[in-house]
Write a protein that binds this ligand. Structure first.
Ligand code: 5GP
Length: 114
């Protein structure tokens, strides 16, 4: 079932996306409904539905996602800062059941989020 999720279709190139980076473990593409001048989604190729389902075996992969975020933040010139967001589960606003990290930048942001 999870193999049918939207982001899996982007990984499989069945659904088009503005891909800004990809390697053997992850993919990064522009969010279709950007909430900041830079809004990129970084996703693992591995199917992990939510952050709550990561395991010890995913430690390297998660580090890789973070290092990819750093590389992309530099690539997009986010020298004044950026925000990384992982929504986990319905109450947090997760809408696609495939682990993803939002990289947001290019404008000032408030805290706490809504
Ligand atoms: P979530 O709310 O699950 O944390 O984030 C899902 C994100 O996926 C949202 O920001 C939404 O705008 C984005 N999104 C939904 N459908 C598509 C799509 O077809 N293509 C792209 N590039 N992003 C999408």
């Amino acid at each position: 079932m999870m193999k049918d999720n939207l982001f899996q279709k982007i990984i499989d190139k069945q659904v088009p996306a503005a891909i800004v980076y990809e390697d053997d473990r992850c993919l990064a593409f522009r969010d279709i409904n950007p909430q900041a001048p830079v809004h990129v989604l970084i996703i693992p190729r591995k199917v992990i539905p939510t952050h709550d389902q990561i395991g010890e075996e995913d430690s390297d992969l998660l580090g890789h996602l973070h290092l990819t975020a750093v590389r992309l933040a530099r690539q997009f010139g986010l020298k004044d800062g950026y925000r990384l967001v992982v929504n986990c589960g319905e109450q947090a606003g997760q809408t696609v059941p495939h682990l993803h990290m939002h990289l947001l930048g290019g404008r000032g942001m408030n805290w706490p989020p809504g």
